[in-house]
Write a protein that binds this ligand. Sequence first.
Ligand code: CP
Ligand code: NVA
Length: 304
Amino acid sequence: MAVRHFLTLTDLSAQELTQIIERAIELKKLRAQGITTDLFRGKVLGMIFEKSSTRTRVSFEAGMAQMGGSALFLSPRDTQLGRGEPIEDSARVISSMVDMVMIRTFGHQVLERFAEYSKVPVINALSDSYHPCQLLADIQTYVEHRGSPEGKVVAWVGDGNNMCHSYINAARLCNFELRIACPPGYEPDADILAAAADRVTVVHDPVAAVTGANWVATDVWASMGQETEQQIRLKAFENFLVDHELMSHANSNAVFMHCLPAHRGEEVSAELLEDSNLSVVWDEAENRLHAQKALMEFLQGHSH
Ligand code: CP
Ligand code: NVA
């Protein structure tokens, strides 16, 4: 059986990504009209969470239910996953009983190993290296508010983290220019960057990155798993707050995004987050639901 997985955005072609975004926008409209689909009747999504989540869990679980299927929440605290059963064994067993699996974990290689042994599509619901589902929602949000991101300038202000890596991959697929502003020592992975060197630059000055940008995004300074670095990071990132002053350097039609959860007064000001003229974060969060429904339809349709 040929199975399609979604471990990074680059598992899709540019054309497939466009198709998923268009379907996500369509599914959102259908839901607003009260029209449901039941493509997943009798199907089960296994959801493995090794880190906390609000948006990802709710959007996958609600999305599956809305498409006629159901979802199973699997925590390492009360499954054998937390007691050291090998990934390869867990993958073979779990994927023999469910129709799709999403995994939120630490090391990206856990996802790769699981996918290698899985009989069904595996979705990356965040790893230390990437957060591709969030990018589906971010791209959908940009398209809905401003149209195609092709040829636009996107500024990433903050840590060179999993979200930043997925923005780099998005720059490749959507053909936009990405400027990353991070403190020295917090740059994204060199190999991920090198693959997009023709359209991604790293600077250490937020104003330089944001000047003329059409789309500005940030994220927390300490990601899940980096809690002990919180104090060091607060100091390193102190000049990286995204607020109205920084946004004043952007293009006049710029939008602001944040994958959430946000720390008001750290990476983003409370005023900017709540300014609906600039901030599209609530649409961005809601679009996780629609984009992942479109993704699950796509993966099911392309796995035989
Ligand atoms: N943005 C995001 O993935 O949120 P959760 O951690 O709440 O799932
Ligand atoms: N970079 C953050 C994203 C949370 C959705 C983290 O990994 O914790």
